[in-house]
Design a protein around this ligand. Structure first.
Ligand code: G3P
Ligand code: CA
Length: 265
């Protein structure tokens, strides 16, 4: 696998702000991304999906119900699928009150708005983009290229869909890491060595759920040249164990916590 120059296998895992600093502010809002940068996250994670009119937005769920007030604004449009709404319709939704009333002005951001905000506010934190649906790769790459993010150290990519990473592989410069996310189900029903060998053909690393974060998985991945990032690590007690088994990065909703407790020291 890995021709990616970053991140490398080190004893100090990179800290990835999962959906921004989503333990402190509503996930995938400009507030949560700003806060992640202020907390010195190594990367800001962004889940990307397309609207009905093919605009790239930052949102995790495939429906709007949990993180917006879509149910009350559009009562007849159940199940409130993201892909059934235009950007204009989505911009009318409150994407912050579900978390705390202080965030009522938050809107679902487009990927374009996210990178513009980072630039305007001189935030250098790199992006860790998840393609939530295959088929959006070219649009994502075009935007990142235009904004100067398509270079090692400024962005990396992750997906649960192998075909998405394989598509990205031929579109991006060498040195930008591609991370194959592995779900619990898939891992439990696969031979780990065979699974990792398959992944090592096109990816630079794996994203594993914390329930699978064992020495064996890390050792096997490293022996195949794959880096290992773990999702989602919020409990301080997990950090020491994960550092001891040699993980390379972790997704957390609280990017301030690892620094506060001195993650691998
Ligand atoms: O991307 C790592 C982790 O975010 C994968 O899970 O469901 O939070 O996107 P999810
Ligand atoms: Ca994600």
């Amino acid at each position: 696998a890995s021709t990616a120059s970053q991140p490398s296998v080190t004893s100090e895992p990179i800290i990835i702000a999962h959906r921004g600093a989503s333990g402190h502010a509503p996930e995938h809002t400009l507030s949560s991304y700003r806060l992640a940068a202020r907390m010195h996250a190594g990367y800001i994670e962004i889940d990307v999906q397309m609207t009905k009119d093919q605009k790239m937005i930052a949102i995790h769920d495939t429906t709007l119900a949990r993180t917006t007030n879509a149910e009350s604004i559009y009562p007849n449009r159940a199940p409130w699928r993201v892909s059934d709404f235009s950007l204009n319709e989505l911009k009318g939704l409150d994407a912050g009150s579900w978390f705390d009333g202080r965030f009522a002005a938050e809107r679902i951001p487009t990927l374009d708005e996210v990178v513009n905000m980072l630039k305007t506010e001189h935030i250098q934190t790199p992006l860790y983009i998840e393609t939530k649906q295959p088929g959006i790769e070219a649009a994502v790459v075009r935007l990142l290229q235009k904004k100067g993010y398509l270079q090692p150290g400024r962005a990396m990519f992750q997906s649960f869909h192998p075909e998405s990473l394989q598509a990205l592989k031929v579109m991006i410069p060498r040195g930008i890491a591609l991370i194959q996310l592995v779900g619990e189900n898939e891992a439990c029903h696969s031979d780990p060595v065979k699974l990792l060998q398959r992944i090592a053909v096109y990816a630079d690393g794996i994203g594993l759920p914390i329930s699978l974060a064992t020495k064996e998985w890390v050792r096997t991945a490293h022996s195949l040249g794959l880096i290992v990032h773990i999702y989602t690590v919020n409990e301080p007690r997990d950090l020491a164990r994960l550092c001891a088994i040699g993980i390379d990065g972790l997704f957390t909703d609280y990017p301030d916590r690892p620094a506060r407790i001195g993650v691998c020291r």
